[in-house]
Design a binder for this molecule. Structure first.
Ligand SMILES: NC(=O)c1ccc[n+]([C@@H]2O[C@H](COP(=O)([O-])OP(=O)(O)OC[C@H]3O[C@@H](n4cnc5c(N)ncnc54)[C@H](O)[C@@H]3O)[C@@H](O)[C@H]2O)c1
Ligand SMILES: N[C@H](CO)Cc1c[nH]c[nH+]1
Ligand SMILES: [Zn+2]
Length: 412
């Protein structure tokens, strides 16, 4: 089915994180129980939902899993880790201290002390997601990175924990894992911030524990939006749409193009490539959530893309670079069909943890600064204090805050 731009515009404009009341309620119950009962509730939910009690998996098991890996896979993991590390080393993490006649002002930048990384494991063991959160955390200087992933944790995830240099790993998933990390239990230490993607239960749990703990954002079911011109290959476009569609029936793959003939060819390709896709049924359902859209021109395609604010914006254009200036809302941008999103998922360098459900309107992909906090520092010079206190007291009285004003009067 090929939509016209008018048919999707309203839907794109209204898009936002939806709160499924049933999921919210279930999650509220899980969080409250783990907060009150600790490990007993944690094990109970883990047994009920995932068939296993929670266990901490020791580092020697990670190393063993790494050593048992096929040599080529080990090499691929190492390359991915090195590329992620190199990418995040480029991100500035310095603060500043600046002194002038009025004194000293600055920002201290400190890594968070303890971070929880959620690694999804419900429908696929996303070992790449472990690298994509743990490696930037370690580059930022986080002292203790605690991984949570649903049982039974796949050996590939354990091997990735070894490669990435995580500190501890608990086999626990869903809202109960988020609760344990946010509130702490006897076994699971409380963290300062929880990062990483997950399904609707994980996203709802992160949102509900925010405040008790920091969160990076609400990365949920994956989505991709490709803007293509007539130069793009229908075969590659179909393959890229299916690559994200296979994540889950709630994934959303979109293709926008002014070229009707291209869209028709992609439709046929999708049908053909679905035939022997192992997760074809999942992908078919996801395709029904997304779709192909014919726009008047590329300008309209970009306007719609910004309205949608996709997690991944892929520019399958003959000359994508000049269009970069049009991008306002996206979790990450992929330039040209030679830079497919699937490479970003695994090995390009930037973290694949990116905002979904339109939250790319107000945030980008996971960055080093998600693991840092900025602490302002003030040390004013005597002369400046007198003058600034007089003006500060005026502002305080304008707010009706007399004690503030008097504290400043004493300095002026
Ligand atoms: N945006 C991103 O950056 C990004 C990156 C990777 C993955 N993802 C997304 O993460 C998601 C991973 O989802 P997943 O399900 O595979 O793994 P998951 O680990 O997020 O969720 C599995 C957990 O959900 C809980 N759960 C399942 N059904 C439940 C129920 N009825 N009641 C209460 N809890 C329940 C279970 O405890 C289970 O451990 C996918 O949607 C994928 O697209 C997003
Ligand atoms: N596309 C997913 C969300 O960005 C990440 C992922 C993990 N493995 C494969 N893909
Ligand atoms: Zn993916």
């Amino acid at each position: 089915m090929i939509y016209r731009a008018e048919e999707v515009r309203e839907r794109f404009a209204r898009r936002g994180l939806s709160f499924d009341p049933t999921v919210e309620e279930i999650v509220r119950g899980i969080l409250a129980a783990v907060r009150e009962e600790g490990d007993a509730a944690l094990d109970r939910f883990s047994l009920d939902l995932d068939g296993h009690p929670v266990e901490e998996i020791p580092k020697k098991a990670w190393r063993q899993a790494y050593e048992d890996l096929d040599e080529e896979l080990r090499d691929a993991l190492e390359t991915a880790k090195e590329r992620i590390e190199a990418f995040y080393r480029e991100e500035a993490k310095g603060g500043f201290l600046k002194a002038d006649a009025s004194g000293l002002l600055g920002q201290l930048v400190r890594p968070l002390s303890r971070v929880g990384v959620y690694v999804p494991g419900g429908s696929a063991p996303l070992l790449s997601s472990l690298l994509m959160s743990v490696v930037p955390a370690k580059v930022a200087g986080v002292a203790e990175v605690i991984v949570a992933s649903p049982p039974k944790v796949h050996p590939g995830v354990l091997a990735a924990a070894w490669v990435a240099g995580a500190d501890r790993l608990f086999a626990m998933g869903g809202a109960q894992a988020i609760a344990a990390l946010a509130y702490g239990t006897k076994r699971v230490p409380r963290v300062d911030k929880i990062v990483g993607p997950g399904n609707a239960y994980v996203v709802a749990a992160k949102r509900q524990v925010f405040g008790a703990v920091g969160i990076d954002g609400l990365a949920g079911p994956t989505e991709t939006l490709i803007v293509a011109d007539g130069s793009a290959s229908p075969r590659l476009l179909a393959a890229d749409l299916l690559a994200q569609a296979e994540h889950g029936p709630d994934s959303e793959p979109w293709l926008l193009s002014p070229d009707r003939a291209l869209l028709e060819k992609v439709e046929a390709e999708l049908f053909r490539q679905l035939q022997d896709l192992p997760r074809g049924e999942i992908a078919r359902k996801a395709l029904e959530r997304g779709g192909l859209v014919q726009t008047q021109d590329l300008e309209e395609a970009f306007a719609l893309a910004n309205l949608y604010a996709p997690e991944h914006l892929c520019l399958a254009l003959a000359d994508p670079l000049p269009w970069l200036g049009r991008v306002q809302n996206a979790g990450g941008v992929f330039l040209g069909e030679g830079s497919p999103e699937a490479l970003g998922d695994y090995i390009a360098g930037p973290s694949h943890v990116m905002p979904t459900s339109g939250t790319a309107r107000f945030q980008g992909g996971l960055a080093l600064r998600d693991f840092l906090k900025v602490i302002p520092v003030m040390g004013l010079a005597e002369g400046a204090v007198r003058e600034l206190s007089r003006k500060g007291a005026l502002l305080a009285r304008a707010e009706g805050l007399e004690a503030h004003a008097r504290a400043l009067d004493l300095r002026s």
